[in-house]
Design a protein around this ligand. Structure first.
Ligand code: RB5
Length: 148
């Protein structure tokens, strides 16, 4: 199950990604079904992150993907990554066990539907490597949450 959301800057991209998910028969919940002019990326990112559990993933879209990733990473258990090609999508799943994909609707990548398809499918279908060195690094991320 994919939880998908966008602010006003990524609505068109979100609609396109929903079509990809439907073609691939991947179930999703759209937390932002209506276009809202000048809404805040923080609000939809919160809606996405609160629904992301151990066995599902989120896709959060804003203009750059950056604001939503910064906000998403404030939530315990969320590992959000801005991906801009197949490689970053694959590696952030294998190495970082990322569970929220952040995309920028106003970026060159966000306007390239073929690249977006590749990124979305790769992110969803790649598993975490489960290698000890990556588990160790992710544990350090969890530890840091309680240090500040
Ligand atoms: C909205 O205009 C824009 O600032 C936002 O979508 C995003 O790019 C923030 O990071």
């Amino acid at each position: 199950m994919i939880i998908i959301g966008t602010d006003h800057a990524g609505f068109e991209l979100k609609e396109y990604i929903k079509k990809i998910l439907e073609e691939e028969r991947i179930e999703y919940i759209d937390v932002t079904p209506e276009y809202v002019k000048d809404d805040d990326y923080t609000d939809m990112t919160e809606s996405v992150c609160l629904e992301v559990k151990d066995n599902n993933m989120g896709i959060a879209i804003c203009g750059t993907g950056i604001g939503s990733s910064m906000f998403a990473n404030k939530f315990r258990g969320i590992r959000a990554a801005v991906c801009y090609d197949k490689y970053t999508a694959e590696m952030t799943r294998k190495d970082n066990n990322a569970n929220v994909l952040c995309l920028g609707g106003r970026t060159d990548i966000g306007k390239d539907i073929n690249k977006i398809k590749e990124i979305v499918i790769t992110f969803i279908k790649t598993n975490f490597s489960n290698e000890n060195r990556h588990i160790r690094r992710l544990n350090k991320m969890t530890e840091i949450e309680s240090r500040r």
